[in-house]
Write a protein that binds this ligand. Structure first.
Ligand code: HEC
Length: 160
C-alpha cells in the first residue's frame, strides 16, 4: 500500500515538474510558443529534414537491437544517432550563422537529445538494457518536445 502511495506521489511530482520546466524555458526563449518563428534558410532546412529522416531510421533500428539485447548493434546505432548532426554538413563560418538563427531552446533540446544517445550507448556497452530503454524513451520525448515547440505548424496535432 505504501509503495502504491509512493508511486502516486512520484507521478504527481512528475506531472507538476513538467510545466514548471516548460515555463522556465519559455522565459528564456520567447520563440518557443511561436513555432512559426523557426524560419531556416532553405539549405539548412533541407539538411535538417535529412537529419530527421536518418535519425528516424536509426531509432527504429536501435529499438530492434535493444529489445533483442544486441549490445554491439545497439551501441553502434546509438553512436550513429549521437553523431548525426546538421553541423556536419556546414563549415565553421556557416555553423556560426546557423547557431545565431536557431532558438536557444532548440539548440538545448538538440544537444540533450545527442547527449542522451551517448548515455544510451554507454548503458548498452555494459549490457544495461533496462537503462537503455529508459533513455530510449527520453530520446523519443525529445522528438515530441521539439516538434511540439518548433514544428507544430507542420505537425498540427502536436500543438500544445
Ligand atoms: C531539436 C529539435 C528536434 C528534435 C530533437 C527532433 N526533431 Fe524531428 N523535426 C524537427 C523540425 C523543426 C522538423 C520540421 C522540419 C521542417 O519541415 O521544416 C522535424 C521534422 C521531422 C520529420 C519529418 C521529416 C520529413 O520527411 O520532412 C521526422 C520524420 C522527424 N522530425 C523525426 C524525428 C524523430 C524520430 C526524432 C527523435 C528521435 C526527432 N525528429 C527529433 C526538429 C526536431
Amino acid at each position: 500500500m505504501d509503495f502504491t502511495k509512493a508511486i502516486v506521489l512520484a507521478l504527481l511530482l512528475m506531472a507538476f515538474s513538467i510545466p514548471v520546466s516548460a515555463q522556465t524555458m519559455d522565459s528564456k526563449d520567447s520563440t518557443r510558443m511561436n513555432p512559426q518563428e523557426l524560419k531556416l534558410p532553405e539549405n539548412v532546412q533541407t539538411v535538417l529534414i535529412h537529419e530527421m529522416v536518418t535519425i528516424t531510421r536509426l531509432m527504429g533500428n536501435l529499438l530492434e537491437y535493444i529489445v533483442q539485447g544486441d549490445t554491439q548493434s545497439a551501441s553502434r546505432a546509438a553512436l550513429e544517432i549521437r553523431d548525426t548532426n546538421l553541423k556536419q554538413e556546414f563549415n565553421s563560418q556557416e555553423i556560426k550563422k546557423i547557431m545565431k538563427i536557431l532558438p536557444k531552446g532548440f539548440i538545448k533540446l538538440d544537444r540533450n537529445f545527442h547527449m542522451t544517445a551517448n548515455e544510451l550507448s554507454k548503458a548498452v556497452d555494459s549490457n544495461d538494457f533496462k537503462t537503455a530503454l529508459t533513455l530510449y524513451k527520453d530520446m523519443t520525448q525529445s522528438c515530441m518536445d521539439c516538434h511540439t515547440a518548433y514544428a507544430a505548424n507542420r505537425f498540427e496535432n502536436l500543438k500544445e
